[in-house]
Design a binder for this molecule. Structure first.
Ligand SMILES: C[S@@+](CC[C@H](N)C(=O)[O-])C[C@H]1O[C@@H](n2cnc3c(N)ncnc32)[C@H](O)[C@@H]1O
Length: 295
């Protein structure tokens, strides 16, 4: 591909610190790799002379949000019968480590895949993680068709691909999201499969007004300004990209089954009801190609 995609890789570097935020808050859940990944990444980040973002420890609900997102993502990947996964903007997520056995390809900008590779190598040396040959990090932009082609070259062409993204589309504008969607649609057309993702929209309070919810998490981008007005607007946008979901392919973050058994609640001193209220309009979805008869 030509220069526009190359230029876009450069311009997304400011989003990289947001992955440190989510890695920090993921430690409040129960993923065994979350602590070692965050500590190692933060140490490398500082050794490189970069200041650590302010994690705003008082924003306690990020802890449950990360734990909920991990749980919902795992359930939807299972429902989508994922046999090979392409994780867009995977950042420092430990998800690829737990998907033992299946090919798991992470696509992120080079600054992040370099950091992640260093983290995984250090944890491997200390015996904390196993490096599998089919857990692969691909550097590049999810907007770039060539990077996508490189990422999917690691997959078995006879099997469907499950594209996955969480906390990634929040940082893009609609034109950029459309570019990512075009790349995903091409993969789903070629392989079959589905896209499991969250949707960045502004939650509305009981008075109908947008609730302050998003933080920019260490990037200077105006994340609230980029968000869809509400979930319906987000779903219409996806439908315009030929990507559709069904109620049974969506899981609400405030679902009682999801909220039960969260270990982060006690750790951040929040109740189930408080978290349910914050998460009341949030969900993750499985999107399929409209009109597709493939898996
Ligand atoms: C908030 S973090 C989310 C990371 C991870 N999914 C998680 O939930 O912890 C956003 C991620 O998007 C990545 N990113 C930003 N622009 C990107 C692009 N154009 N292509 C691929 N990844 C990108 C960032 O480097 C960062 O890792």
């Amino acid at each position: 591909m030509g220069s526009p995609a190359k230029a876009s890789v450069e311009s997304f570097d400011d989003i990289a610190p947001t992955a440190l935020f989510t890695a920090y808050w993921r430690q409040y859940g129960n993923d065994p790799h979350a602590g070692p990944i965050f500590e190692t990444a933060a140490a490398i980040w500082q050794q490189c002379g970069a200041p650590l973002p302010d994690f705003r420890k008082d924003e306690r609900y990020h802890g449950p949000t990360m734990e909920i997102r991990q749980k919902v993502g795992d359930l939807l990947l299972k429902k989508a019968v994922a046999t090979q996964v392409l994780d867009l903007g995977a950042g420092l997520s430990p998800r690829g480590l737990s998907k033992l056995g299946i090919p798991y390809v992470e696509l992120d900008i080079p600054v992040m895949t370099t950091l992640k590779e260093m983290v995984l190598q250090r944890l491997h040396r200390t015996g904390l993680v196993e490096r599998r040959p089919n857990h692969i990090l691909v550097p590049g932009s999810a907007l770039d068709p060539d990077t996508f082609a490189q990422a999917v070259s690691h997959f078995d062409r006879a099997k469907p691909v499950t594209v996955f993204s969480e906390g990634f589309l929040h940082y893009l504008n609609n034109d950029q999201r459309a570019q990512v969607a075009t790349n995903v649609v091409r993969v789903l057309t070629e392989f079959g499969g589905a896209w499991v993702t969250d949707l960045p929209h502004l939650p509305l309070g009981s008075d109908g007004a947008p609730v302050p919810r998003f933080q920019n998490l260490g990037t200077s981008r105006d994340v609230r300004g980029l968000a869809f007005a509400d979930q319906d607007t987000a779903l219409k946008f996806f439908a315009g990209q030929r990507l559709v979901t069904k109620p049974e392919d969506s899981i609400a973050y405030a679902d009682p089954g999801i909220l039960s058994g969260l270990v982060s609640l006690d750790r951040v001193d929040l109740t189930k009801a408080e978290v349910a209220k914050k998460q009341s309009t949030w969900a993750m979805h499985i999107f399929h190609l409209a009109g597709s008869t493939r898996a």
